[in-house]
Unconditional design. Structure first.
Ligand code: NAD
Ligand code: HSO
Ligand code: ZN
Length: 435
């Protein structure tokens, strides 16, 4: 049996079929989880810590002794991990810090007219919650991707939640990124706790991080329910689209597809190519490579959500990619930079033979928390900016006010808002009265 059953010739299917090919598997299951997640959120809101113990037992099969991870346990984590792993975490931390530090913006101050001074201040969000997935793999790299920009942007309180029995490497990464408050709670219940606060877990201003469909649905519901807790984005199951031509290496492509398919059964990967020969070679390579990896069952399941799309040419492949707006896009063609100019929607792009998506997941520098579900058409991957607020300030001199008064009064009259006009006029009358 073929490992990828879904091979389509784009020009031979109708619009409805095209939309189906590019639809996310998760959205088909959404209705069933909405109710489950809303029940979890409500329970955590009302019962607090008791609900956290209850759901951890139900979903993680663990009878928790304590929700908070002791500081000593975090600080000593370093002694339990291999020195080469530590070295890799440190190198990744350095690259991610370099890239994110360069995203830091400076405040703005300028005069738009004489006497009208306008500023943009930058203030960190005071408290942030970072969710580190841990259900099927301890995502050490996600700690770096969230804690580094949080710290660089000046956030004072960084609270980490992750499913119980947190891996030592996660604790070590958190520790070297200055995270001191860690709670071993996962899933929707962790998101609810960060949003409402419980006796043990503090309420935060903004919740960050990827997760499975329960985590993502909880973030979505929380952002609708509360106006004092926001979320970064809906970073759901991993997605990868690969645009390739006959110059690509089939083995490399097969390995890249596997790399994202192994995240979870709801991951989705695509090969979009103008070369039928390449598609066949990738298929054969997939069949032989899949046996080399441990998460073979997960990969097989997520390949069921996945497609090989054969296009007329590369520009048609680019159009498909823009329509899908993938979280990750690999371009493995003779001239990948040439196609780059036509890409409108993607979370993160990897160019050429030597740029596997995995390097971006771990260590190259940019953030791996990226918009999924097609949100890459309007949203960006995480950056330092997401941990900050931009506040504008205006200060006018008397001369500045006199200069701008006519403009404002005219616009206020046009909007029939006399109170606005009067706020300007009262000052002018005051000055006239003085002279
Ligand atoms: N988009 C991104 O940037 C990005 C980055 C990293 C990971 N990811 C995605 O994050 C996800 C990680 O998922 P995971 O499951 O390994 O870890 P997770 O930590 O997101 O979820 C595990 C938690 O889910 C809860 N849960 C499990 N079964 C449940 C059920 N039936 N009902 C309610 N809650 C339940 C449990 O409490 C458990 O602690 C993957 O889908 C991966 O693709 C995305
Ligand atoms: N590919 C994931 C984002 O979709 C990030 C990740 C973490 N570890 C490995 N990969
Ligand atoms: Zn990955």
């Amino acid at each position: 049996m073929d490992i990828i059953k879904n091979i389509v010739f784009w020009s031979q299917i109708n619009t409805e079929q095209k939309l189906k090919v590019l639809s996310r598997p998760i959205l088909n299951q959404k209705k069933t989880i909405t109710k489950t997640v809303s029940q979890i959120i409500n329970d955590v809101r009302i019962l607090g810590d008791d609900a956290l113990y209850k759901y951890t037992y139900k979903f993680d099969k663990i009878n928790l002794k304590s929700i908070k991870v002791k500081f000593d346990h975090i600080a000593n984590a370093s002694t339990y991990i291999n020195k080469n792993l530590k070295k890799s975490i440190n190198i990744a931390k350095k690259n991610i810090t370099l890239f994110h530090a360069s995203q830091k913006n400076s405040p703005i101050k300028l005069n738009t007219q004489i006497g009208v001074t306008c500023e943009q201040l930058i203030r960190p969000i005071e408290s942030v919650g970072i969710y580190i997935p841990g259900g099927s793999a301890p995502l050490i790299s996600t700690v770096l991707m969230l804690a580094i920009p949080a710290y660089l942007s000046g956030c004072k309180k960084i609270v980490l939640c992750s499913p119980p029995n947190i891996d030592y490497a996660i604790l070590y990464a958190a520790y070297i990124c200055n995270v001191r408050e860690i709670y071993q709670i996962g899933g929707a219940q962790a998101i609810a706790a960060l949003a409402y606060g419980t006796k043990t877990i503090p309420k935060v201003n903004k919740i960050f991080g990827p997760g499975n469909m329960y985590v993502t649905e909880a973030k979505s519901q929380i952002s609708n329910l509360l106006n004092n807790t926001s979320i970064d984005m809906l970073a759901g199951p991993s997605e990868l689209m690969i645009i390739a031509d006959e110059h690509a290496n089939a083995d490399f492509i097969a390995s890249d597809l596997i790399s994202q398919a192994e995240h979870g059964v709801d991951s989705q990967v695509f090969l979009v190519t103008s070369s039928i020969k390449l598609a066949n070679n990738v298929l054969n390579s997939l069949k032989s490579q899949i046996h080399k990896i441990s998460r073979i069952t997960i990969v097989k399941k997520s390949l069921k959500n996945s497609f090989f799309i054969i296009t007329k040419n590369l520009l048609e492949a680019v159009a498909i990619s823009n329509m899908y707006a993938p979280e990750h896009l690999i371009i493995q063609t003779k001239k990948p930079r040439y196609l780059l100019q036509y890409i409108k929607n993607a979370g993160s792009i990897f160019l050429g033979l030597w740029s596997p998506e995995s390097v971006g997941d771990y260590a190259s520098g940019p953030n791996h928390v990226l918009p999924t579900y097609g949100y890459a058409s309007s949203q960006s991957g995480l950056s330092v900016r997401d941990f900050q607020k931009y506040i504008s300030v205006q200060e006018l001199t008397l001369k500045g006010l006199l200069n701008i008064s006519k403009t404002v009064k005219m616009l206020a009259s046009a909007e029939k808002l006399d109170g606005h006009k009067y706020a300007v006029q009262s000052r002018i009358d005051y000055i006239k009265g003085k002279n």
